[in-house]
Write a protein that binds this ligand. Structure first.
Ligand SMILES: CSCCC(=O)C(=O)COP(=O)(O)O
Ligand code: MG
Length: 261
């Protein structure tokens, strides 16, 4: 088995979710289709609620920023109070959400709404999050060895907690010391990793970030964070240069902590 030694200065392991702890197939085949299938009904049912209105405002703001993009779908400001007006508005939000999802965009606005929609599905037991078999045993071992374990995903913190709280391995939320999402910054920007270190109260070089996306690994590395690229079934392929440059693991069990036995 390949073994990757974790540098002695590392005290925090920061985990990506999709493609790292969890199969991309679970996200693409279960989580995202749930949104596409239910978004219209969700908006119609929850429209008057404060949380839903905040989600729509955020999506509208994002749509304004996206106006210059090819195929962007605008969301009109509320004008009248007629039923037709409301239905048009809801349809615009639906179309905007579907357009963003067709491009797998990671905007905070989209991720907030998705997280709120998945709440019903997870709490009603309609779905359970999948984790690769090596994840839970490894995380337990790291924590026993004194490591802190945090999550940094484009999925909202609320969505992350739903996944860890309702998984095929049971409720594993207690295995995570804290969560970060794109509210702290985009995963492809190095400043986000500096802010995460500040928020945890450690130096960036105390963190080891595990991700499947090399653009994220590169941003983290620029901030002096240690990185390993996780190669999982169904992940996007890596170039030969990326394979040579990055430390690669195919299972969390390949990480060796000097402090553990
Ligand atoms: C944790 S929510 C479900 C996955 C998701 O929506 C997503 O964008 C995951 O992105 P990641 O940064 O974990 O690769
Ligand atoms: Mg990922």
């Amino acid at each position: 088995m390949v073994v990757l030694s974790v540098p002695a200065e590392v005290t925090v392991i920061l985990l990506d979710i999709e493609g790292t702890t969890t199969p991309i197939a679970f996200v693409k085949d279960i989580l995202f289709p749930y949104i596409e299938k239910n978004v219209k009904e969700y908006l119609q049912t929850h429209w008057e609620e404060e949380e839903c209105q905040q989600d729509v405002s955020l999506l509208r703001k994002q749509a304004e920023e996206d106006a210059h993009l090819d195929g962007a779908v605008p969301i009109p400001a509320a004008s009248g109070s007629g039923v037709d007006d409301l239905q048009q508005m809801i349809q615009a939000v639906v179309d905007n959400v579907c357009w963003q999802m067709s491009l797998d965009r990671k905007t905070t606005a989209l991720k907030q709404l998705q997280g709120h929609m998945w709440r019903t599905a997870f709490t009603a037991g309609l779905m359970k999050a999948e984790f690769f078999a090596d994840v839970v045993p490894a995380v337990r071992k790291w924590r026993e060895a004194g490591m802190k374990v945090y999550v940094y995903s484009s999925g909202s913190v609320e969505a992350q907690k739903l996944l860890f709280g309702h998984s095929t391995e049971g409720d594993i939320l207690e295995l995570v010391d804290g969560h970060f999402d794109t509210k702290i910054g985009r995963k492809v920007e190095s400043e986000s990793y500096r802010k995460i270190a500040d928020s945890i109260g450690c130096s960036t070089n105390n963190i080891l970030f595990l991700t499947d996306v090399t653009r994220e690994a590169s941003a983290a590395e620029e901030a002096d964070v240690h990185v390993a690229v996780v190669v999982r079934p169904g992940n996007a392929g890596l170039t030969d240069d990326e394979k040579t440059y990055y430390s690669l693991i195919t299972s969390f069990s390949e990480l060796y902590l000097p402090s553990s036995t």
